[in-house]
Design a protein. Structure first.
Length: 267
């Protein structure tokens, strides 16, 4: 019975801790640098200072006269700011050729990189820069993770004292569920850290080509294109007639009988 009591006590302790975390409000002063005092992994500082966690993102779109030259300039800026290209795609339509880059840049180099990219560009078709403060979310995850670790330690202590197979199995089941929650929260923290440590910059640049290509098309080429288009249209029409031959025959037969009937009425 005392092991069941220990289990109930541990569950109630967890519920109480989580309610306290959920109801806690983080002030503006605390967001800038918060000292967390809670048990962590071995070797961790129990009074760790958590600085602000800011996720920065930017989207730039502009026109250029030379796609390759612009791409080389961007590559130089990426290398200088220790970034990397995450995605590179190109597209061509009737009027433009465009290229889109998704770049990851260390957050401390975010502003210098944008300044480097903006040099020589008279105006942007679109320029969006955003920052999201996730410090409170990070602290909440951090605190919940430490609460789960503390609860896991308690269950392990109870497991050492358990003697009945049923109690051991129940305790191990609880420990397994807690470890899954710990791993999930560790993954969430890792994801936040990744987005905070490296900013995402999306750059789309394009070149207008419609007018230049229109000059190269001669009048004779336009006539030949028109003749080809007419020939293809006639071919499509004939093929449509051929595919509809059963209906044409049926129509002719009906027309013949109707005409024959009218002639009989007249006579």
């Amino acid at each position: 019975m005392r092991y069941i009591f220990f289990l109930l006590f541990a569950v109630l302790t967890l519920s109480s801790c989580e309610k306290q975390i959920g109801s806690a409000n983080v002030s503006d002063e605390a967001v800038s640098a918060i000292r967390v005092s809670s048990p962590g992994q071995p070797g961790e500082d129990k009074n760790a200072v958590i600085p602000q966690k800011i996720i920065k993102e930017a989207f730039l779109k502009f026109e250029t006269n030379d796609l390759e030259k612009t791409f080389d300039q961007i590559k130089t800026a990426i290398a200088a700011n220790k970034g990397s290209v995450q995605n590179d795609s190109q597209e061509k339509d009737y009027g433009t050729i465009s290229r889109r880059l998704t770049i990851r840049i260390p957050s401390q180099n975010f502003d210098p990189f944008l300044e480097s990219i903006s040099k020589g560009i008279s105006y942007f078709d679109e320029k969006n820069i955003s920052s999201q403060n996730v410090t409170e979310q990070y602290i909440d995850l951090y605190s919940r993770l430490n609460t789960k670790r503390k609860l896991e330690e308690r269950y392990i202590e109870i497991l050492k004292k358990a003697t009945k197979v049923s109690e051991i199995l129940e305790i191990e089941k609880q420990i397994s569920a807690i470890r899954e929650e710990i791993e999930a929260k560790q993954g969430q923290l890792k994801y936040l850290e990744s987005r905070v440590s490296e900013s995402t910059v999306t750059i789309e640049f394009y070149k207008t080509i419609a007018q230049k290509e229109g000059v190269k098309i001669s009048y004779g080429s336009k006539i030949w294109s028109a003749i080809q288009s007419g020939f293809y249209s006639l071919s499509d029409f004939l093929l449509s007639l051929i595919s509809a031959w059963p209906f044409i025959i049926l129509f002719c037969v009906l027309a013949y009988f109707i005409r024959k009937r009218f002639k009989r009425k007249k006579t």
